[in-house]
Structures are given as structure tokens and as C-alpha cells.
Design a protein around this ligand. Structure first.
Ligand SMILES: Cc1ncc(COP(=O)(O)O)c(C=O)c1O
Length: 304
């Protein structure tokens, strides 16, 4: 078990020691998963000795949307969460890359439909780039279906939604794969467990549309911009699973996954079965941007 006891956590307006951040067992957040969250990365640029939080405001704005979809009685504004994140980062004084997880939750003693009182907390722990970003992953098309907008909207980053990813992830792991791909209720490709996906087909990048029961991923948005800048056309549309058979490359993307090459689906290699040229070029552009090695899009990096 990791020991984070030296770290501080932001909890309801205060910075408290890791071991003192407590939430009551009877709260709707604990009983029913009545909470929404974000995953944000902080990139430590070793040569400049600078920490950049990537697309902080976009994440906090999306968390406002998640709170509205969940009908929270009070929406904690992005500004409040940004200020708290910066204060927490300064208090912890990290000198390596981190993963930040802000949460807004329903506290008190209510039932599953309680809308208040609303509280918030933020954790930040050291986390670098996973090895799979280099090696790529093999994925299984899951027999579990993606939650649909009329059931539990995937557009809200609500904690309870992640039980859907859990089923798919556990099945994929048990069957010897490193990732899962979920189809939605219309049988179309939706996303991976905790990440969006792209294929390159006939020189065009294709990604499931925002009405394909995906989380409206911020990395997906970044990737679309970077691909277009490389001169690669992008189609956001419904995607069939059979299109994997005609893809020359594929990759997952997300704050956690960053740009993870998808090299095989259900035992069938994608293209050459190893990370492709476009994927590698994209990774290089993405990390240049996130680490602030190039000066474009300065508004996407918050220095702390
Ligand atoms: C279900 C799901 N899809 C996609 C993503 C990617 O979203 P983002 O790029 O905003 O991190 C995430 C989170 O990382 C996620 O949890």
C-alpha cells in the first residue's frame, strides 16, 4: 500500500493532513457514490524546475457540468476549485509529476436523491507516465455495455459511473488483456475504461462523437487540435467495431492514459501490431505541450 501520510489534502476549505481527511460513512457520497470528480495531471519540467497543471480550468468547468447533471443543490464554481488546487500544490511542494483528483460530494445524512449539503476535497499524489504509453496495450471489446445517456449519463464524470468501467476492466484483465473497449446501447464503439479512443483509417483520424456515450474528454479535444495541426483530417462520428480491422493505427487518450497506443483488439493486431508513426508524433507533440517545452497554448498550462 502506498504511504501518502506526509501529504496534505484540501477538504472543505482547509488543508488537512492526509490521515485526517475524513468523510462520514452515512453520507450519500459514501452510501450511493453521490459525487463527481476530475483527474488532472501536473507536469514537472525538470530543466525549468517548473510545475504545470494541464488544462486546469477546463477540468474544473467540466466538473461544474457534472454537478449540474447530478442536480447538486450548490455548484462549486471552477474558480474556487482552481484556487484550492493551487494552494494544495504549493503546500505539498512536489518536485515530480503529479495526479490531482478534485471531488465534489453530497455530505450529510440523506438518501440517494439528496442534493445537499455539498462539500469538496482535492488530493494530489506523485504520478509519472505509465509504461504502457511506450509499449502500447492490447484491448478486448467488452461484453459489458457502456452506460447510456438515459441510464447514467457518461458525460457527467460521476463516481458511480465507474462501476461500469470496473466490470469491463476486470473482465479484460481476467481474459489477459490490458484494456477494455465498450460498445454503447446502439452497438457502436464508445470508449475505453477511463479513456477515449481514435483510429487512423485511410489517413483520416476517426473518433466516436460526443453523443456516443463518452466522457467529453479534454485530452480528446487536445488531440483533435494536434492532429489537425499535423494536417491529419479528423472525423467525430459514430464508429463501428469492424473499422478496427481496417485501421493502420489506433490509440487511447485521456489524462491518465495520456496517449496510449492501441496495438491489438481481440487478438487481431492493428496495422503492424506496434505503435504507429502518427501515434508517436502525436505523443511527442502532446508531451511538448504538457511539459511546456514549446510555447504554444500557454493558457492550457497553469504554473504553480
Ligand atoms: C470514462 C472516461 N473517458 C475518457 C476520459 C478521458 O478524459 P480526459 O481526457 O478529460 O481526462 C476519462 C478520464 O480520464 C474517463 O474517465
Amino acid at each position: 500500500m502506498d504511504d501518502f501520510s506526509d501529504l496534505y489534502i484540501y477538504l472543505d476549505g482547509e488543508l488537512v493532513r492526509w490521515d485526517d481527511a475524513k468523510l462520514h460513512v452515512f453520507s450519500p457520497a459514501v452510501k450511493y457514490g453521490a459525487a463527481v470528480f476530475e483527474g488532472i495531471r501536473g507536469y514537472w519540467n525538470e530543466s525549468d524546475e517548473k510545475m504545470y497543471l494541464f488544462r486546469l480550468e477546463d477540468h474544473m468547468r467540466r466538473m461544474e457540468l457534472s454537478q449540474r447533471i447530478m442536480r447538486f443543490g450548490r455548484v462549486v464554481p471552477a474558480e474556487e476549485m482552481m484556487e484550492a488546487t493551487i494552494a494544495l500544490m504549493r503546500k505539498n511542494g512536489f518536485r515530480s509529476s503529479v495526479h490531482i483528483r478534485p471531488t465534489v460530494y453530497v455530505g450529510g445524512t440523506g438518501e440517494s436523491y439528496a442534493t445537499d449539503p455539498i462539500g469538496s476535497f482535492i488530493t494530489a499524489i506523485p504520478r509519472g507516465t505509465p509504461k504502457k504509453v511506450e509499449t502500447g496495450v492490447r484491448a478486448q471489446v467488452s461484453s459489458w455495455q457502456r452506460i447510456s445517456d438515459n441510464v447514467m449519463p457518461a458525460r457527467a464524470k460521476a463516481n458511480a459511473n465507474y462501476n461500469n468501467s470496473r466490470y469491463a476492466g476486470l473482465q479484460a484483465t481476467r481474459d489477459g488483456y490490458e484494456a477494455a473497449i465498450l460498445l454503447n446501447s446502439r452497438g457502436k464503439v464508445s470508449e475505453g475504461q477511463g479513456m477515449c479512443l481514435f483510429i487512423i483509417r485511410n489517413g483520416v483520424a476517426v473518433t466516436p462523437s460526443v453523443t456516443s456515450d463518452i466522457l467529453e474528454s479534454i485530452t480528446r479535444d487536445t488531440v483533435i487540435e494536434l492532429l489537425k495541426a499535423q494536417g491529419i483530417p479528423v472525423q467525430e462520428r459514430e464508429m463501428d467495431r469492424s473499422e478496427f480491422f481496417d485501421a493502420s493505427e489506433a490509440f487511447f487518450c485521456g489524462t491518465g492514459a495520456e496517449i496510449t497506443p492501441l496495438i491489438d483488439v481481440d487478438g487481431d493486431p492493428i496495422g503492424s501490431g506496434s505503435p504507429g508513426e502518427t501515434t508517436r508524433a502525436l505523443q511527442s507533440d502532446y508531451f511538448d505541450l504538457a511539459f511546456g517545452r514549446k510555447s504554444h497554448r500557454p493558457e492550457w498550462r497553469t504554473e504553480v
